[in-house]
Design a protein. Structure first.
Length: 151
């Protein structure tokens, strides 16, 4: 059985949590994952800024940061249960990007969660080829789930 655990380190109530869970469950099913778990942690810009600075040496906030456990082979436990890692999402950044891109907060939060999920699976967007694959997978999940770019 797959499991997504949520932790909200902000004062903001995240009414979209069930939706995000459902979108991520859908993405796991599309990727044929079983017995897989990971966490989604909602934070503010200050918190994610510190993570970005301390772990990526980038001194500014960002929208999403992932810590993939499978990137470190010494952590893989060899059991039938996969623990992918953690996805940190800045709610502040999600709100500002939703406004900037002209779509709903629900859509932006869903995009960031699915984006983080694919990072946990080892996908990246450092080259145009990688970006095409990763963003294609993300858009397919969101589109098939019914989350469109419109507001």
């Amino acid at each position: 059985m797959n499991k997504v655990t949520f932790n909200n380190l902000t004062e903001e109530k995240v009414e979209e949590e069930k939706l995000i869970n459902d979108v991520l469950e859908f993405a796991m099913k599309k990727e044929n994952l079983e017995n897989t778990s990971f966490s989604v942690i909602f934070v503010d810009n200050n918190y994610i800024h510190e993570l970005n600075k301390n772990y990526r040496n980038i001194d500014r906030e960002t929208d999403v940061i992932t810590f993939a456990l499978e990137d470190d082979e010494s952590i893989i436990n060899g059991s039938d249960n996969r623990m992918l890692g953690d996805i940190y999402i800045s709610l502040d950044k999600a709100h500002s990007q939703a406004e900037e891109y002209g779509h709903s907060f629900k859509r932006e939060l869903s995009f960031l969660a699915v984006h983080g999920f694919y990072h946990l699976l080892g996908y990246d967007h450092m080259t145009p080829e990688e970006e095409k694959i990763m963003f294609g997978k993300q858009e397919e999940v969101l589109s098939e789930f019914g989350i469109k770019r419109e507001v």
